[in-house]
Design a protein around this ligand. Structure first.
Ligand code: P6P
Length: 336
């Protein structure tokens, strides 16, 4: 067994980060603790999904028209119940629920706002392919009492933290509070997330592109030209690129964060705004990628500068290595 250089648990890391803020009340640390507990509870079910009657569908569809799987519903309820009584948040919003989620009257409302996609990639559940939970944390902007829709419709640049839990070959908790990106790997034998990827930096340029080419015929000619360019041979620019795509944004974005390259879910002629949700998927992932030295875009500007107007709105999303996303934008804007 290779012992960690520094045996640092997520709990200890959160505590040490809090010491950097003399005026910290501990609410933010408490929020992250509760979120890490929720992550372990979801992991416990995800890791044995094939053994219990939790696979399959609920015969419901969510706001985005996705079929709701039993594990989706379990993850959604687990995150909400882990977060609703700690006094850290004043309101929540989930990709699985049409409206904002209020804190029960019997509990204190806190100063933070939590948006989450409880189980990203649920179309992959029955095939045992990587899944994720994605979250964004904001300061409340409403004066007090119950949180409001406006608390949830803040631009991504207002995020105070963002992260994801990825349920893959191992389970990792990856997050940023605006001071770099750090990854913690779950050690099931002790039930702790241990620091395994301190201060993750994305390569400036990669050689992997990650998008669903099944939609190629519906893409703009500019995007088609960009993808065709990546497939041409040119040693100087390390082309052709390899294509990797698992259909779980958390998994594809995590690989892009570590290996570099570009992940995209573009708009197309049928769905000009694409499929991915601005508030639950694109904002948190854009914050993480930019904090790791990468770049995000909706084709025109950083995802973080888009002002949400509705909870479940979609956005085209391009994110990854700075040089790769910049080149993609040049093609999209007709400059190449
Ligand atoms: P497609 C999963 O359902 C998801 O919301 C994202 O996690 C993923 O990137 C995308 O949809 C996959 O969509 O159309 O390629 O199957």
């Amino acid at each position: 067994m290779i012992l960690q250089k520094k045996f640092m648990t997520l709990e200890r890391f959160i505590y040490e980060q809090e010491q950097l803020y003399p005026n910290a009340t501990g609410q933010f640390s408490g929020l992250l603790h509760d979120l890490s507990l929720a992550a372990k509870l979801v992991w416990r079910e995800v890791s044995k999904a094939g053994l219990v009657n939790i696979l399959g569908v609920t015969h419901k569809t969510n706001t985005s028209g996705d079929v709701v799987k039993k594990l989706d519903e379990f993850a959604d309820e687990t995150v909400y119940k882990a977060m609703d009584h700690g006094g850290h948040v004043c309101v929540m919003a989930s990709e699985e629920n049409e409206d904002i989620l209020h804190i029960p009257d019997e509990y204190k409302a806190g100063k933070y706002v939590l948006l989450f996609d409880p189980l990203d990639g649920s179309s992959n559940i029955d095939a045992n392919i990587t899944l994720g939970t994605i979250f964004s944390i904001y300061n409340r902007i409403s004066p007090g009492g119950k949180g409001t829709l406006d608390d949830c419709l803040q631009s991504g640049s207002n995020q105070v933290a963002a992260g994801y839990i990825i349920y893959g070959t191992s389970t990792m908790f990856v997050y940023t509070t605006g001071h770099g990106v750090h990854g913690f790997t779950l050690d099931p034998s002790v039930g702790e997330f241990l620091l395994s990827h301190e201060n993750i930096r994305i390569p400036k340029k990669g050689k992997i592109y990650s998008m669903n080419e099944g939609n190629y015929r519906n893409w703009s000619s500019e995007l088609q030209r960009y993808v065709d360019y990546l497939k041409e041979s040119d040693k100087e620019t390390a082309r052709p690129y390899s294509m990797r795509y698992i259909g779980t944004m958390a998994g594809d974005a995590h690989r892009t964060l570590l290996y570099g390259g570009i992940f995209a879910y573009p708009g197309d002629k049928k769905n000009p705004e694409g499929k991915l949700r601005l508030c639950y998927e694109c904002n948190p992932m854009a914050f993480i990628i930019e904090q790791a030295g990468g770049r995000s875009s909706n084709g025109k500007q950083s995802i973080l500068n888009v002002q949400p107007t509705s909870l479940h709105q979609h956005t085209p999303v391009f994110l990854g290595s700075e040089e790769d996303v910049k080149l993609c934008e040049e093609f999209l804007q007709g400059k190449r």
